[in-house]
Design a protein around this ligand. Structure first.
Ligand code: PLP
Length: 378
């Protein structure tokens, strides 16, 4: 029904060929040829000591929280303006998520708000790199250090994006990537855990392999494998990894395409921004974005709804983003005391994401821009 959908999965290179090859290799379960090739390629490109492929970013976040034995009585700091997986990873262990506010410029977690939320019970900090623009990691890492707790980056949207020259996901003790259909590099459902603190590698291997030391067994370090820790099924299948490898080997080419799409929107919408109808995304100087998405911020919640409907009537799918987690039914069940996070509440109501995918054409983008200008009578 959409003339221009919000998202569309894509094939960029040899994805289907590699799937056929994976079948020929005769191992469709995890940690075969392609799972390893994906991990090694990213370790090298992003300077990460060990990357473990997972079935999703959700799984990688769960592993991260398990690795620190976070549980009942513990608190974990995270923005309210994020996807539910960031909070679920915490809540499922019995720990309490402490939601904090964001900065109005980047919509990334605010250090002041983080600082104010630290207590004696704080056990981890999870910054979320919104839209592939890095959080201000230097002060966040300092805060983690002084609070004596690890920084776990939710870099679901941050694959191949950089902060001060360092890859997102490689900066905290742990980082989590997503290869879901809606992300920059895709395989349907997929993810990875960046293990930057090498002392966590062995245990992460066990947790990922259902709590067994199977990795040591495969390397010939033990003669049988057995149950050594709590764990789950966090290894992705080879078919997904084969598809993903076809995209990761075109890392820069896919990134360039996204940059073109982003720049086209910026250039075309600048007149509307200059006349005060909307605000464009901000990328701080020390950040290299991966151009995960393109959003505009309208002057009011009402303007956002009206523009979304105006575009919908023209079969253009523009979508809102996160409904703040601190005001969700689940958050109210965890903590009955209502919380106020003014920047999150304000911006989440005024943000609208425009169609953005690898194969969108310039004329499709022009159609989106023209319709938006028409809405404002410009
Ligand atoms: C997409 C996303 C996730 C979840 O990723 P999956 O791979 O679908 O589990 C988590 N956090 C953020 C910020 C995301 O954008």
């Amino acid at each position: 029904m959409w003339k221009i959908p919000f998202n569309k999965p894509f094939i960029a290179g040899k994805e289907l060929f590699y799937i056929a090859q994976a079948v020929q290799y005769g191992n469709l379960a995890g940690d075969g040829e392609f799972t390893n090739r994906c991990a090694r390629l990213m370790e090298e490109s992003f300077c990460v000591p060990r990357i473990m492929m997972t079935p999703s970013c959700t799984a990688a976040l769960e592993m991260a929280v398990m690795l620190y034995d976070i549980g009942p009585g513990d608190e974990v700091l995270l923005p309210s303006f994020t996807f539910v997986s960031t909070a679920n990873a915490v809540v499922r262990t019995g720990a309490t998520p402490r939601f904090v506010d964001i900065c109005p410029e980047t919509l990334n977690v605010s250090e002041d708000s983080l600082q104010a939320a630290v207590t004696a019970k704080t056990r981890a900090v999870i910054p979320v790199h919104y839209g592939g623009v890095g959080c201000d990691m230097d002060p966040i890492c300092r805060l983690g250090k002084s609070a004596g707790c690890p920084v776990i980056e939710d870099a679901a949207q941050g694959v191949n994006a950089y902060y001060g020259g360092r890859a997102l996901g490689s900066i905290g003790q742990l980082g989590a990537y997503s290869f879901h259909d809606t992300k920059n590099y895709i395989c349907g459902e997929g993810g990875a855990l960046c293990v930057n603190d090498e002392s966590l590698i062995d245990r992460a291997d066990n947790i990922r392999n259902k709590g067994t030391n199977r990795t040591k067994f495969i390397r010939g370090e033990v003669d049988k494998y057995t149950w050594v820790d709590v764990g789950s099924s966090y290894v992705p299948n080879e078919l997904s990894s084969a598809f993903l490898f076809g995209q990761l080997e075109l890392l820069d080419q896919i990134a360039e395409r996204r940059q073109q799409i982003f720049c086209f929107y910026v250039e075309s919408l600048t007149p509307l921004a200059d006349s005060g109808h909307l605000r464009l995304p901000v990328i701080p100087e020390n950040c290299t974005s991966n151009y995960h998405m393109f959003y505009v911020i309208l002057k009011s919640a009402r303007a956002r709804t009206e523009l979304m409907e105006f575009l919908r009537d023209r079969f253009i799918q523009a979508v809102i983003h996160y409904v703040p987690l601190h005001s969700s039914p689940m958050a109210q069940r965890i903590s009955p005391v209502p919380q106020q996070l003014p920047v999150t509440e304000d911006l989440s109501e005024r943000l609208l994401r425009l169609p953005f995918f690898h194969d969108i054409t310039e004329s499709e983008q022009q159609t989106v821009v023209d319709a938006t200008a028409e809405f404002f009578h410009e």
